[in-house]
Design a protein around this ligand. Structure first.
Ligand code: FES
Length: 101
C-alpha cells in the first residue's frame, strides 16, 4: 500500500491538485469539501486530467474532452471506454490522505 498526505488547504473546494503517489500521477479534487482522488492520466491518449476542468464530480480531459465521474472513475462520454482508477481518500483534520486500495 502507498500513501501520500497533502494539506487540505492546498486543495480548496472546486479545485484539483496533481500529486505523485509512489510514481503514479494522481489528482485530488475537492468538491464542496468532499475530496476524491483518481488517476491523472487520461486513458485515451494520456492527457493530464489535473489540467482539465472540474464541474461538480465530473472532470473533463483538456485534450479531447472525454469526461469521467471522479467518484467511480467511470467514463461519462468521450473517446474512450476505459475508466480511470480511483483511490481511497480520507480527510483527517487539516490533511488529506490518499492510498492505493
Ligand atoms: S487524451 Fe483525454 S480525451 Fe484524448
Amino acid at each position: 500500500m502507498a500513501e501520500i498526505v497533502v494539506d487540505l488547504a492546498a486543495v480548496p473546494p472546486g479545485t484539483m491538485k496533481t500529486v505523485d503517489l509512489d510514481g503514479v500521477e494522481v489528482v485530488i479534487a475537492n468538491v464542496g469539501g468532499e475530496c476524491f482522488a483518481f488517476g491523472g492520466i487520461c486513458p485515451h491518449e494520456g492527457g493530464s486530467l489535473g489540467d482539465g476542468e472540474l464541474h461538480g464530480t465530473t472532470v473533463t480531459c483538456p485534450w479531447h474532452g472525454a469526461r469521467f465521474d471522479i467518484r467511480t472513475g467511470a467514463v461519462i462520454d468521450g473517446y474512450t471506454d476505459e475508466p480511470v482508477r480511483v483511490y481511497d481518500v480520507a480527510v483527517d483534520g487539516d490533511v488529506v490522505r490518499i492510498r492505493t486500495a
